[in-house]
Design a protein around this ligand. Structure first.
Ligand code: PGA
Length: 253
């Protein structure tokens, strides 16, 4: 079912103490100030997942995400963390295919597909990220580029598996740069993504998919972005590290 979602990707920021105070502040503000049916997700660094999750347990709106997962089930993969491990500490969502993982950790479509499958197999929801670099946008190939990213990974899922997936469109040129896609650019890409999903699965599945926008989303631009018919919320980086900004973004619906 299509949900309105605001997810905070903390990336590699915060110490343990800082993470606990950030999530407590967010939790309090969400309780006091947020009404309506928005789903709030926080994705802290891995060592803090369980503690952060415990602090949000009593708040129905708040949910826990991991920033990464291994494509393997278990075994000799030093440094990796499996989907079942994440699940066992209360994780409900996993960010997969973020451009930073694709770029710095060389995650290709086949790896991403396996990560999506491993996440779904544990009953968790993948937040599957896609988005084009600046040169593709400048060359007017952004639709083709994003279409291929979706096709190369998601099209291999069954309809039942795909029902679990949330998509995030994050143009790489807008991530951490202060340069946001205009609401019109976001809307046209989100509509295109929904159209591609309808082709890969069916119109109902596409209609029910939450498609989030990410890339320099802040309290000043969130309202206009979230007002677009195909924008179902945001995946927030920098602004999710400040409880006031993050809550104001949540309140932008
Ligand atoms: P940003 O990051 O909001 O700092 O641009 C978004 C993301 O990478 O998810």
């Amino acid at each position: 079912m299509r949900k309105r979602i605001v997810a905070g990707n903390w990336k590699m920021n915060k110490t343990y103490e800082e993470a606990l105070s950030l999530v407590s502040e967010i939790d309090n503000m969400v309780r006091d100030e947020v009404s309506g049916d928005v789903t709030v997700i926080v994705a802290p660094p891995l060592p803090f997942l369980q503690s952060v999750g415990k602090l949000t347990q009593g708040n129905d709106r708040m949910h826990l995400a991991a920033q990464n997962v291994s494509e393997h089930e278990s075994g000799a993969y030093t440094g990796e963390v499996s989907a079942s491990m994440l699940k066992s500490v209360g994780t409900e969502y996993v960010i997969i295919g973020h451009s930073e993982r694709r770029m710095y950790h060389h995650e290709d479509e086949q790896t991403l597909y396996k990560k999506v499958k491993a996440t779904i197999a544990q009953g968790m929801t993948p937040i599957f990220c896609c988005g084009e670099p600046l040169e593709e946008r400048d060359a007017d190939r952004h639709f083709e580029y994003v279409g291929k990213q979706l096709h190369d990974t998601l099209s291999y899922l069954s309809n039942e598996e795909f029902d679990q997936v949330v998509v995030a469109y994050e143009p790489i040129w807008a991530i951490g740069t202060g340069r946001t896609a205009s609401s019109q650019q976001a809307q046209e890409m989100h509509a295109y993504i929904r159209e591609q999903l309808a082709r890969m699965f069916d119109a109902e599945a596409a209609f029910n998919t939450s498609i989030l926008y990410g890339g320099s989303c802040n309290p000043g631009n969130a309202r206009e972005l979230f007002a677009q018919p195909d924008v179902d919320g945001g995946l927030i980086g920098g602004a999710s590290l400040k409880s006031r900004d993050f809550t104001d973004i949540i309140k932008s619906f």
